[in-house]
Ligand binder design. Structure first.
Ligand SMILES: CC(C)(COP(=O)(O)OP(=O)(O)OC[C@H]1O[C@@H](n2cnc3c(N)ncnc32)[C@H](O)[C@@H]1OP(=O)(O)O)[C@@H](O)C(=O)NCCC(=O)NCCS
Length: 296
């Protein structure tokens, strides 16, 4: 007797653990994304990851990560479906599962052009953009504006120290809009570089640099103003020989132009989309770059 194979949409969704790090990285590679084991290490411990095992026994068919920031916000990221199972409703079903799991918590995410139509269909609305820049950062770019005079911003930066953590959390809260102590506490281990800016003994910003394949990613960047953001980026860029990647909130046009003047090249951006809130909470003027697109 022929028995019909179970629908892909009936396969169980399970919570992923650190044991799933390699299958998650494999799924990224399958869709042409960087494997990003380092980032998966953070996501599989600090966030809640969901996955569906592939019915052919070859790793995961799909995954998705939710980072919880309390009742006011959760960030969705890393929605991936293996290419051989694409366009069969798997992502839609996994997102519905996730939305049910978080209940009434508002959601935010950075959508690729492939993901945006699905999120729109699920009721998410567009609330902004992030522009991606990649490449080698040339500190005193040949095309830098000015009369050839060295225009180093007059902002004091230094590597973060262990006893900065409490002040850093306090600085972050009104900017991110909700407490993310559980993420910030992980930054010293996650980041290859973590810089703070200060004035009169008070922190005015901070920024991290973390590894992704052969690249270093800059994020987050939280800063009092654009001059401070530039100083933090310059300080972090000086600590690495690798090409950089950075996803800048599109409202920060001055920082974007300044980065392009220093050799960074535009790549595919993402749409900021929210569900249950009209826009990201917090202070967009001081929020320049998310930690990662997956975590907000
Ligand atoms: C985006 C992605 C997760 C969709 O997975 P999927 O299982 O193929 O999607 P579904 O079959 O559930 O499709 C749901 C809807 O998404 C949209 N969609 C799916 N794939 C798409 C694509 N390649 N281009 C544009 N829209 C797409 C469509 O609106 C689709 O509805 P339709 O089939 O009725 O037209 C998958 O293409 C993927 O892994 N892409 C690479 C990673 C990525 O960009 N993830 C999104 C991060 S925000």
């Amino acid at each position: 007797m022929h028995s019909p194979s179970p629908s892909l949409l009936d396969l169980p969704v399970r919570r992923l653990t650190r044991e799933d790090l390699v299958p998650c990285a494999d799924l990224c590679e399958d869709r042409g994304w960087p494997r990003d084991e380092h980032r998966w290490g953070l996501l599989l411990s600090a966030s809640t990851a969901y996955g569906v095992d592939a019915p052919d026994g070859k790793g995961l068919m799909a995954c998705c990560v939710v980072t919880s920031y309390g009742p006011g916000l959760a960030a969705v990221g890393m929605l991936l479906v293996a290419g051989r199972y694409a366009r069969q409703g798997v992502a839609r079903r996994l997102m519905r599962h996730v939305m049910k799991a978080v209940g009434s918590t508002p959601l935010a995410l950075y959508a690729t052009s492939q993901g945006a139509p699905l999120y729109e269909a699920l009721g998410f609305s567009h609330s902004g953009r992030a522009e991606r820049l990649e490449g080698r950062f040339v500190a005193d770019g040949a095309k830098a504006s000015g009369s050839g005079v060295h225009t180093r911003p007059a902002v004091r930066t230094r590597p973060a120290a262990a006893d900065d953590l409490r002040e850093l959390v306090g600085l972050d809260l009104p900017v991110f809009g909700t407490d993310r102590t559980h993420i910030i506490a992980r930054l010293p281990a996650f980041c290859d570089g973590l810089q703070v800016s200060e004035e009169n003994g008070e922190l005015t910003g901070y920024a991290g640099l973390w590894p992704s394949g052969n690249t270093h990613v800059i994020g987050p960047v939280i800063a009092r103003d654009t001059v401070t953001a530039k100083a933090l980026v310059t300080a972090l860029a000086a600590t690495t020989d690798r090409p950089l990647r950075i996803d800048v909130d599109a409202r920060h046009e001055e920082l974007l132009g300044w980065l392009e003047d220093r050799g960074m090249k535009p790549a595919a951006g993402t749409a900021v989309m929210t569900y249950g809130i009209p826009a990201l909470p917090g202070d967009a003027a001081r929020r320049f770059v998310p930690l990662t697109l997956a975590t907000g």
